[in-house]
Design a protein around this ligand. Structure first.
Ligand code: GCW
Length: 659
C-alpha cells in the first residue's frame, strides 16, 4: 500500500459480546464529520470484526447511534458515550465530538474492552490541539527525520489518499488544527496567501474539515513587500494594514474554514515589526484585526532572540529573551491573538526549565509549543519517548507551589477562552511508517491524546499506543513499555549532563560536539574551563532566574537549592562541587555517561527479545536504529567524558577507561 496505519492497525478479533453493537449504525444528520465518524466505525468493524455495518433508518434498531444533542454539556468537541440495552449511544453537541467519541469506541475494540454498561463523558482539555509542520514547498522538511513532506512536492500542494490517512491518524487522537508549512516562510510559501494555490488549499481544507481539523498557514510578515512590492511592512502604516485586510478578505472568501495563521517574526533572520521600531503587539494586532471578521486566530511565536548577541556582556543571555520581549506587552494583544511559547526558554533541549513566560502574562492568551521532531533528542534514530517530559511541563506549578500549573494557563483556566492550547512541531514525513523510527510514533500519538485529555498519564498513553500499533501480546506490551520509559532518561544521561544542553554539531544538530553551539562566537556556551562548568543565571550572573515568580526565583537562583538536573543551566560550579546526590559534578558526568550508554544497549537487547513477536520488517527496521543508537551512545559517552577528563584532569573514581 505504500504506507502503514500506525496505531490504527486493526487486528481481527473475536468477541461475541461486541456483535450486537457492530451490526448497524444510525447517524443523526448529514454533516461531513458525522459521515466520517460513521465511515470510521464501519471500517473498524470490517477490519476488526469482519462485519459490514448496515445503515439503520431507525434509532431504536441500530447498534450504534451517533446523535447530536443540544445542551448536553459536552461542547461541540466533547462526547458522551452510553451503552444501554445492547445499544451504544455516542452523543455530542457537535459533529467533531461524535467523531472523537467514535474513535474512543474503536480504541476500546483495539484494547479488547467490553461495552456493557460503558458510560463515559469526555471534554477536551484544550481548545486548540495543533500540529505544526515545518514543511517546505519543495518537499523538504526543516528538522524532518521521516522523509519528505506529504503536503508539498515540487512547489505544489498534495491532496491524496495519504492526506486522508494523515487526517484519520491526527483526528483519532484529537488533533483539531494543522499548520502545513514551515514557520520560516520563504519563496513560494509566501504565495500561499494569494490565489496561486487557492484551489488546492481549498481542497485540502475541505478534506481536513471532514475530520474536524482546521487548516492553518504560517505567514511571512514581509508578504506585502514580496507579493505586492510595498516599500515596507510597518504594521502601523495604513497601506500595509489595508493590504493585509484585503489579502485576508480574499483568502477567506476562497477558504472560509481557514483557522488562522502562525507567525515567526524577528527571529533567526525572519522579518518582523522590529525593523520599523514597532512592538510584537503592533505586529500581531495588525494581523489579528485583518482576520477577526472571519473568526481567524493569530498564533504569534515567542521564540524571538538575537542569535548574533555579544555574549561577553555578562547579562546577555538568550534564555532571557522571550520574557524580556513579551512580558512588558502583557494585555496589549487582541483577543484573537495567542502567544505560542516553547516549553523551555532556549530551544527544545533534552532538559530545560519550564519557560518563565507561562503564567506571567495574566492578560494574554498563551499556548504551549513542544517539539516532537527530535531535533535535539536523537533525530528519530534514537528512541526518546517525550510524553513524560511534556507531562512534567504541563504539571509545573508556574504560579508558585500549590498554585496554577502550566496546564491551567494554556487550557484557558476555565475562563472559556478559545484562543489557547497546545501545539507540537510534528515528527511526521513520507516514510512508510510516518515517523522514521517506528517507536517515534508514540510521541505523535501521545501528544494528541495528552492535548485532548491532560489527565492521562504517560503510562496509559503508552499502553494505548502499543496496543493500537502492535496488539495485546503481554510480552510485547511490557517490553516496549520498558523501552519507552527508559528512553528519555537514558538519552539525557549519555548526552548532556545536568541541564547544560547544546553539545551537538552545528547546523544539523546531530551527534556529540561539546563546543558545537553555533551562536557563541565569544566562547563556549557551557563556559567550561579547567576548574568548572555551567552558566551563572543567578542574580549575580545573567539574572535569568529572577524572571521566575517565587519560590522558583529563589530555588533556581541558589546553587544549594537548585535541583541537580538543572544545576549547570543555572550555575557555574567547580567540578568538585557536590550534588544533592552526594556525587561530585565530574563524577556525575562520568557515571551518567557510562550508565546512559549501557542503558542504550539494554534497550536494544529488549527490542531483540521481541524477534518473532512482531512483523519481521518492522522488527528489522527498528533493530537497525537500535544498532546505530548503541554505537552512537558510546560515541557520546566517550567524547563527553574525555573532554571533561582532559579539561578537569580529575580521575574517574571507578577507574574506568576514558577515551
Ligand atoms: O530550533 C530551531 C531550529 C530551526 C527552527 C527554529 C524555530 C523553524 O533549529 O530549524 O526553525 O528553532 O523554532 O523557529
Amino acid at each position: 500500500m505504500g504506507w502503514e496505519q500506525a496505531w490504527l492497525t486493526y487486528r481481527k478479533q473475536n468477541n461475541r459480546n461486541w456483535e450486537p453493537y457492530f451490526g448497524s449504525i444510525y447517524a443523526d444528520g448529514e454533516g461531513k464529520v458525522i459521515k466520517t465518524a460513521s465511515k470510521e466505525l464501519k471500517r473498524a468493524a470490517r477490519e476488526i470484526l469482519g462485519r459490514e455495518m448496515k445503515d439503520s433508518g431507525q434509532e431504536e434498531h441500530a447498534g450504534i447511534i451517533l446523535k447530536l444533542v443540544p445542551d448536553l454539556g459536552t461542547g461541540t468537541e466533547g462526547f458522551h458515550i452510553k451503552e444501554r440495552n445492547g445499544q451504544i449511544y455516542v452523543m455530542s453537541e457537535g459533529e467533531p465530538g461524535l467523531l472523537y467519541g467514535s474513535f474512543s469506541c474503536i480504541r476500546r475494540l483495539q484494547m479488547e474492552e467490553e461495552f456493557q454498561g460503558f458510560d463515559k463523558k469526555e471534554i477536551p482539555s484544550n481548545p486548540l490541539r495543533m500540529l505544526n509542520h515545518w514543511d517546505n514547498m519543495d518537499g523538504s522538511i526543516e528538522r524532518g527525520y521521516s522523509g519528505n513532506s506529504f503536503f508539498f512536492k515540487d512547489q505544489r500542494i498534495l491532496v491524496n489518499e495519504r492526506t486522508v490517512e494523515y487526517a484519520r491518524l491526527a483526528a483519532s487522537v484529537g488533533i483539531n488544527g494543522v499548520v502545513i508549512n514551515n514557520v520560516n516562510v520563504k519563496g513560494n510559501a509566501t504565495r500561499l496567501l494569494d490565489e496561486t494555490y487557492g484551489k488546492e488549499l481549498k481542497e485540502l481544507a475541505d478534506l481536513l474539515e471532514a475530520y474536524g481539523i482546521r487548516l492553518f498557514l504560517s505567514l511571512n510578515f514581509a508578504a506585502p513587500m514580496e507579493l505586492s512590492g510595498l516599500s515596507g511592512a510597518d504594521p502601523l502604516q495604513e497601506d500595509v494594514r489595508e493590504w493585509w485586510k484585503m489579502t485576508m478578505a480574499r483568502l477567506y472568501q476562497r477558504i472560509p474554514g481557514l483557522g488562522g495563521f502562525l507567525v515567526k517574526a524577528d527571529s533567526e533572520g525572519r522579518p518582523g515589526p522590529f525593523t520599523y521600531g514597532r512592538t510584537h503587539a503592533d505586529g500581531a494586532n495588525m494581523l489579528a484585526e485583518a482576520v477577526q471578521p472571519y473568526g481567524g486566530v493569530i498564533i504569534w511565536r515567542c521564540f524571538v532572540y538575537n542569535c548574533m548577541q555579544d555574549w561577553r556582556d555578562k547579562k546577555t543571555d538568550r534564555a532571557r529573551s522571550g520574557y524580556d520581549h513579551f512580558k512588558p506587552l502583557d494585555g496589549a494583544f487582541r483577543d484573537n491573538v495567542v502567544l505560542q511559547i516553547k516549553n523551555g526558554p532556549m530551544d527544545f533541549q533534552v532538559r530545560e526549565p519550564v519557560s518563565p513566560l507561562f503564567g506571567a502574562m495574566e492578560h494574554t492568551n498563551e499556548m504551549l509549543e513542544v517539539q516532537l521532531a527530535q531535533e535535539y533528542t536523537g533525530q528519530q534514530r534514537h528512541v526518546c519517548y517525550l510524553i513524560p517530559m511534556i507531562k512534567e511541563v504541563l504539571e509545573f506549578r508556574c504560579g508558585g507551589l500549590g498554585r496554577k500549573r502550566v496546564r491551567d494557563v494554556i487550557s484557558g483556566g476555565g475562563k472559556g477562552q478559545r484562543c489557547c492550547g497546545m501545539a507540537a512541531v510534528a515528527n511526521t514525513g513520507n516514510d512508510e511508517n510516518w515517523t522514521g523510527h517506528d517507536l517515534a510514533a508514540a510521541n505523535w500519538y501521545g501528544f494528541g491524546r495528552l492535548s485532548f485529555q491532560m489527565d492521562l498519564s504517560p503510562e496509559e498513553i503508552a499502553k494505548e499506543w502499543i496496543v493500537g500499533t502492535f496488539g495485546t501480546d503481554r510480552k510485547v506490551m511490557d517490553t516496549i513499555k520498558k523501552i519507552l520509559f527508559m528512553s528519555w532518561p537514558a538519552y539525557e544521561k549519555y548526552t548532556s549532563p545536568l541541564g547544560i544542553g547544546w553539545m551537538v554539531n552545528p547546523g544539523h544538530h546531530y551527534g556529540p560536539n561539546v563546543d558545537g553551539y553555533e551562536y557563541d562566537r565569544w566562547g563556549t556556551y557551557h563556559r567550561a574551563d579547567h576548574l568548572g562548568i555551567g552558566i551563572d543565571r543567578s542574580e549575580k550572573g545573567t539574572g535569568y532566574a529572577l524572571q521566575y515568580g517565587e519560590p522558583y526565583a529563589s530555588i533556581y537562583g541558589d546553587m544549594k537549592a537548585c535541583p541537580d538536573e538543572l544545576l549547570l543551566f543555572f550555575h557555574h560550579v567547580p567540578y568538585v562541587h557536590r550534588l544533592k546526590s552526594g556525587k561530585t559534578v565530574i563524577q556525575h558526568i562520568y557515571d551518567s555517561h557510562f550508565e546512559g550508554a549501557q542503558e542504550a544497549k539494554e534497550m536494544a537487547a529488549c527490542w531483540e527479545s521481541l524477534k518473532g513477536k512482531i512483523p519481521d520488517f518492522i522488527f528489522e527496521r527498528v533493530k537497525k536504529r537500535f544498532d546505530h543508537q548503541k554505537e552512537h551512545a558510546e560515541e557520546w559517552r566517550d567524547q563527553i567524558n574525555s573532554y571533561f577528563f582532559r579539561k578537569s584532569m580529575i580521575e574517574d573514581e571507578k577507574h574506568r577507561i576514558i577515551y
